[in-house]
Design a protein around this ligand. Structure first.
Ligand SMILES: [Mn+2]
Length: 574
């Protein structure tokens, strides 16, 4: 049982907001609890509008990027797009190719093969991409910010480079390129500051269309960046950027109209994920179902299959490609399960008393494409930072995942003498090192973790956002809660509690006892719930208990019903 923390109600502020904006009690209360008192800010959050997007030309170098692309249009230059192999990179590639096509600019696309060509804008991927064509412009998406050498390599051949990326600049030494990256600018809380690359590609397309209208190009008034919202939302949700500012606007509209505005390829993929027009997609549909299928392509060295699917218009081919994505995802799951078992055994054997874990392996089972997921699973279950490194030849490469309150980038910066390459975000990093440095690196990494973080032995806490009466559990409450969605990074889904309810029948175990289902009557209806991975912690029936859960809509056999997704339960006290 977790330590439940109920946030204090500030009734008077909530009442003011409620009256000012005509909100329901719970929505006003949730906004106040999230620190939003200003009715203008609350209204912008609850009813995002595309017209609130700022002028794309406020982003540094956007003008230069747009001008360079229009030169390519006028002179009929050949353009090559190089995108990263994850969801953000792949979606960005498809968006940009289609955006350019709508302006009569043809671009070829290439995605690095993770295992043979490595991450990002490498010489290897450029050599493959540039082969046999006379390109004059390369557009790097979701990579390239730190590709100083590769930019020089291109410039030596008279090829210009445009980088659209949101990764941090590692040194004060930007590549010779037109660099569209919000992190180049000082942080003044700009609403586009934390966009991922699909968000930046949306801004680029918006800027291109503005320019097209300015130049009075034929049919320019028919062009709308709205068409790109579904892919923009998918990249935004999958890349785990904070869902604030313009990321909130993109994810809100993109997910709302996901099916409606989807291309035939995306539509086939959504169907492959078990979704259809009548469902309201949630963040988890993207992060648990759609994104893993796209990522599986990159992980298993077939990234271009995902690009091909998202660009395809023939329905039969879409179906075939979408099925292939599911196959790759199943293959990925198998590899991942074996690797996780191996990594966990190592962690328990060698790192049980350590503040951090560094596990290694080699061979087919240690697939570089899944080490990141395994690191995440390990970090979650062991509650300490974990690095999972796969060996090939005399070098280890892999991924690390951290835990809240610890900055992995900071830790690695102290260990950089041992590393051949490294980079990433505070909670997720990639790194590589020579075999000969492994021991010294592991020691240093563990030391730094120890110094910068002290794990807590206290009971984990569960923040309760609202306590409601059992009879309030209905679709109205669900709609109210969902008006704060889509949920994700920096906009967590509210955890709701009901107190003093009684299960009339024992919960029903499912999946060999791993999960359980339960139900109770709230005076109007039977309310059903599910508890994932809680099979060892089943609540009693016939006894008063409190439940903490997320409220969802469950789709089953073409019907939808209200569903509680249990977070925790406890015996009612007093
Ligand atoms: Mn990204």
């Amino acid at each position: 049982m977790k330590n439940w923390i109920e946030q204090d109600e500030d009734h008077s502020s909530a009442d003011i907001l409620k009256d000012q904006l005509g909100l329901s009690k719970i929505v006003a209360s949730l906004m106040i609890k999230r620190g939003v008192q200003d009715p203008v800010i609350a209204d912008q959050f609850l009813t995002p509008k595309l017209k609130h997007l700022q002028d794309p030309f406020l982003i540094q170098n956007m003008e230069a990027a747009v001008n360079r692309i229009f030169v390519a249009r006028e002179k009929k230059h050949q353009v090559l797009i190089v995108g990263d192999y994850d969801v953000d990179g792949i979606s960005s590639t498809v968006m940009t190719k289609q955006g350019l096509k709508s302006l009569d600019i043809h671009a070829d696309t290439i995605i690095p093969q993770r295992i043979t060509e490595g991450y990002g804008l490498t010489k290897k991927v450029l050599q493959r991409g540039l082969q046999g064509m006379d390109y004059s412009l390369v557009i790097a998406l979701d990579c390239g910010t730190n590709s100083v050498e590769e930019a020089r390599y291109l410039s030596e051949q008279g090829i210009d480079l445009l980088v659209v990326d949101h990764h941090q600049l590692k040194s004060g030494n930007p590549p010779l390129a037109i660099l569209v990256n919000p992190h180049l600018q000082e942080d003044h809380g700009q609403p586009w500051r934390n966009l991922c690359t699909t968000g930046l590609c949306f801004k680029l397309i918006h800027a291109l269309y503005k320019k097209a209208r300015e130049l009075d190009l034929p049919d320019a008034d028919q062009l709308t960046p709205r068409d790109f919202l579904p892919l923009c939302a998918i990249g935004t949700l999958a890349d785990l950027v904070p869902l604030q500012g313009e990321s909130r606007i993109f994810s809100h509209f993109g997910i709302k109209r996901l099916f409606h505005d989807a291309s035939p390829g995306l539509r086939a993929l959504l169907k492959e994920c078990g979704m259809n027009e009548s469902m309201e997609p949630e963040t988890e549909d993207i992060t648990y179902k759609l994104a893993p299928r796209i990522n599986a392509c990159g992980r298993l060295n077939e990234p271009e299959t995902a690009v091909a699917l998202l660009l395809e218009s023939d329905e039969k081919d879409c179906k075939k490609l979408a099925t292939r994505l599911t196959e790759l995802n199943e293959q990925r799951k198998g590899i991942e399960a074996e690797l996780t078992a191996d990594a966990l055994a190592q962690a328990e054997k060698y790192f049980a008393d350590q503040p951090a874990v560094v596990v290694t392996g080699s061979g087919d089972g240690w697939h570089p494409g899944v080490v990141g997921i395994v690191a995440g699973k390990l970090a979650n279950s062991l509650n300490k930072p974990c690095l999972v490194l796969a060996k090939s030849e005399d070098e280890y490469t892999g991924s690390g995942r951290g835990i809240p309150g610890l900055n992995l980038v900071e830790i690695l910066s102290h260990c950089q003498d041992y590393l051949t390459h490294w980079g990433g975000h505070p909670i997720a990093v990639g790194l590589g090192l020579k075999e000969s440095e492994l021991e010294a690196f592991t020691k240093k990494f563990t030391e730094c973790t120890n110094r910068l973080f002290s794990p807590t032995t206290e009971r984990p806490t569960l923040l309760i956002d609202a306590v409601v009466e059992p009879q309030e559990l209905n679709y109205k409450l669900l709609a109210d809660i969902n008006s704060l969605g889509p949920f994700g990074q920096d906009n967590p889904e509210p955890v709701i509690a009901v107190k003093g309810i009684m299960l009339e029948t024992p919960p029903r175990k499912i999946s060999k006892g791993k999960h359980f289902q339960f139900s109770f009557h709230n005076g109007f209806d039977f309310i059903r719930g599910i508890a994932w991975r809680m099979g060892k912690n089943i609540p009693p029936h016939g006894q008063s208990i409190d439940l903490a859960f997320k409220l969802r809509r469950n789709y089953w056999n073409g019907r939808s019903s209200l569903q509680l997704v249990l977070e925790d339960w406890k015996t009612t006290c007093g």
